[in-house]
Ligand binder design. Structure first.
Ligand code: AMP
Ligand code: FE
Ligand code: FE
Ligand code: ZN
Length: 282
């Protein structure tokens, strides 16, 4: 069984439609894939419809953007939650709306130094999609300012850049509680990805675990090896499940479907815990 539990479509910052992600999963030889767009479940129906024709099972999921009091970005994967749960829906809607104004403000100050307009950015965003820095990166690529998204994130768009503006995001422990309340299974995404920005300390782990954190995404290309050891010990100590996944974004990132995998026993645990919706089997 080849199981990859982290993939994005153009419902957020991936470059393929949800149906195309399912087709790509089939081509990558996956049996199971989770669609985990940022702050949105808008791709679930299309991906579920494609599951049968592609012969790949779909785990409906989402990646919730969070931020700690100290301003550290945390991504929380949610699997099998009820997409209509009002509390969770309210938080992701606030984040999505704030992402729009934040992107407009970033483009305003970027436009002082680079050939970039709001229309250039919108051109790269599917209707209703969750807006992020990757869409601004796409406009910078189109303008010839950078070669690809990675180059944009290494310079102009990093969280340490003077153009960076944060968006609204719930506290990680609050998000864990809401995912649980919605019947979902909360898994901390790429927890030790230090190249992306600051990573959380012991207190945030404790708060998230106390709030009902179910698992840790350990095998992810952005987690350095020494951090993975720490995560394995933490998982063992607290009985957390562990996952491995690609964080596929189509051509938006080098990450390839199936480059990391999750054990079948872990998916079983996720299915036992998740009560908000079900895995869609072909
Ligand atoms: P935002 O959500 O607007 O803060 O932007 C963060 C998103 O950018 C994350 O979801 C990543 O998928 C994406 N990202 C971060 N670093 C890179 C990179 N080096 N290349 C491409 N995409 C990236
Ligand atoms: Fe992303
Ligand atoms: Fe993430
Ligand atoms: Zn992701």
């Amino acid at each position: 069984m080849r199981i990859d539990l982290h993939a994005h479509s153009n419902v957020s910052d991936g470059t393929e439609t949800p149906a195309d992600v399912m087709a790509s999963a089939s081509r990558a030889g996956l049996d199971v894939v989770a669609l985990t767009d940022h702050d949105s479940t808008a791709g679930w129906a299309e991906a579920a419809a494609a599951a049968a024709t592609c012969g790949v099972a779909l785990v409906p999921g989402m990646e919730v953007s969070c931020r700690t009091e100290e301003g550290i970005s945390v991504h929380l994967l949610s699997y099998l939650h009820d997409p209509t749960h009002p509390g969770l829906l309210e938080e992701i809607t606030k984040a999505k709306d704030s992402r729009l104004t934040r992107a407009e403000r970033m483009v305003t100050i970027l436009a002082e130094d680079y050939p970039l307009t709001w229309d250039d950015v919108i051109h790269h965003v599917a209707p209703g999609a969750t807006l992020g820095r990757p869409h601004i990166a796409d406009a910078l690529v189109a303008a010839g300012v950078v070669e690809d998204r990675s180059e944009a994130f290494a310079s102009i768009l990093t969280s340490r850049s003077r153009y960076f503006i944060p968006h609204y995001a719930p506290d990680p422990a609050t998000a864990v509680e809401l995912v649980r309340a919605a019947g979902g299974v909360p898994v901390f995404a790429h927890p030790v990805a230090s190249a992306r920005g600051r990573i959380v300390g012991e207190r945030t782990y404790r708060e998230m675990i106390d709030a009902g954190l179910a698992g840790l995404e350990i095998d992810h290309r952005d987690n350095p090896e020494e951090g993975r050891d720490f995560l394995r010990k933490l998982a063992a100590r607290h009985g957390l499940l562990i996952t491995g996944s690609s964080d596929y974004h189509g051509t938006g990132k080098p990450n390839l479907l199936g480059e990391n995998l999750t054990a079948p026993a872990m998916l079983e645990r996720i299915e036992e815990l998740g009560t908000g919706t079900a895995v869609v089997r072909p």
